[in-house]
Design a protein. Structure first.
Length: 274
């Protein structure tokens, strides 16, 4: 009996994996073609993320911290606009997402882009790292790449697959209800859980190409991780204990891909609107 249950789990898990594998992006000089496990719809994840984003912006507004720094807010919105203009290179439909961009006044050194194009940048990352426009474009481009690749949707799908592989009863057969329940925790996968090393590496490279196409110097993507390393002061966790690549690895990966995107930057820098 145990053997039959084990084989059933293997069969169902395999079916889930085969039915949900695709790639969310295509095209570009550096774009990833890695197949992704996607068992939940974009619509479900985007709905949950939009709700979470509205709640987060509401909290910031109530605290008097939403878009209160006029200079930073203008810079972030201008750069994001330039980047958004080029998302179609990787995902044509992303041009029609309901993009939102906000700046939160906080010492937090962070930024994110929720599924569906909901961007938030904390003033702390701009002030602490003394970001140039090129470096700020690298930060925003990296976060946008997470959304374009639907890394949160992929993480939720991986969790669904794990849950379904463990349970062989009614839950196993009711993927629809499981999908809906997982959508309700979409915000957790954006705001609290870290992405994997593979996802981070993809976002580094795609983000660098995105900024180059928008006319921002892709060298800024490399500068960011040098600054992050200095800010950490050598206290960053060892790479093998972290889901994030080490700063050294990220820099090496970006330097390797840099020659591919420099021509895109040279072509675009003279065309960028002010």
């Amino acid at each position: 009996m145990k053997r039959i249950m084990y084989l059933s789990a293997v069969i169902v898990s395999g079916a889930l994996l085969l039915s949900g594998c695709e790639s969310t992006t295509s095209g570009g000089a550096t774009g990833s073609s890695r197949s992704q496990l996607l068992l939940i719809s974009s619509e479900d994840v985007n709905t949950g993320s939009a709700k979470a984003y509205t709640e987060e912006m509401g909290k910031a507004r109530s605290a008097g911290a939403l878009n209160t720094n006029a200079s930073y807010t203008k810079r972030v919105n201008t750069i994001a606009k330039h980047l958004i203009a080029h998302v179609g290179t990787f995902r044509p439909e992303a041009k029609d997402w309901k993009w939102e961009v906000n700046v939160i006044n906080s010492n937090t050194v962070n930024a994110y882009c929720m599924p569906g194009g909901k961007i938030a940048v904390y003033t702390g990352i701009i002030s602490e790292l003394k970001l140039t426009d090129d470096e700020l474009a690298a930060v925003i481009g990296h976060e946008m790449a997470h959304a374009l690749r639907e890394h949160s949707r992929e993480q939720i799908s991986q969790q669904i697959a794990k849950d379904q592989a463990i349970s062989i009863g009614g839950t196993l057969l009711g993927l629809g209800s499981a999908t809906q329940s997982m959508a309700s925790i979409a915000s957790e996968y954006v705001l609290t859980l870290p992405f994997s090393r593979t996802m981070e590496a993809e976002s580094d490279i795609i983000g660098m190409e995105l900024m180059a196409r928008a006319g921002y110097n892709p060298q800024g993507a490399i500068n960011i991780w040098r600054k992050m390393s200095e800010l950490a002061g050598g206290n960053a966790p060892a790479e093998f204990t972290s889901t994030h690549p080490s700063d050294k690895t990220r820099i090496a990966n970006l330097e390797k891909e840099l020659p591919k995107v420099i021509p895109l930057y040279e072509k675009a820098k003279g065309k960028k609107s002010k």
